[in-house]
Ligand binder design. Sequence first.
Ligand code: ADP
Ligand code: MG
Length: 145
Amino acid sequence: LKPLPKNSPVGRLGDNTFSRYAGVVRFEQLPLSKKTKDALRASKFVSMTDIQRASLPHSLCGRDVLGAAKTGSGKTLAFIIPVLVLDEADRILDSGFKRELNAIISQLPKRRQTMLFSATQTKSVQDLARLSLKDPEYLSVHEES
Ligand code: ADP
Ligand code: MG
């Protein structure tokens, strides 16, 4: 298992992470950062649902997961906790969200992989610098009309 970046939202995990956290029932018991735990507690998420209990010990140590559980069983938190996502990047980069985006970026680990997808393509050096994209591949695909 690869070690996670320092400063990662999921904390630093060793090889025996899975066995250590298999069977835990509360978010509080997982190796999550204080910020993540505080946010979960503030949102009244205390006990994990079955799919969260089953998957988080694997996903938090970097394993791929294929999880099946019925609608309403809490699958969103099962993938949101191990992955920090900025969708609708072009809209978010609009100045209206400057404060919110800066707050989010300030909490991201320094060492990370950043993928920016949007309907429009930004090549603005300023935008890319804010998101710390390093030497990104520019990929543009347009359907033939
Ligand atoms: P799914 O994607 O599996 O259909 P959701 O992720 O949308 O389910 O979650 C369904 C509901 O359960 C949401 O309202 C969510 O806030 C709530 N929920 C998820 N996990 C927990 C939890 N651990 N404790 C309490 N409520 C939860
Ligand atoms: Mg869902």
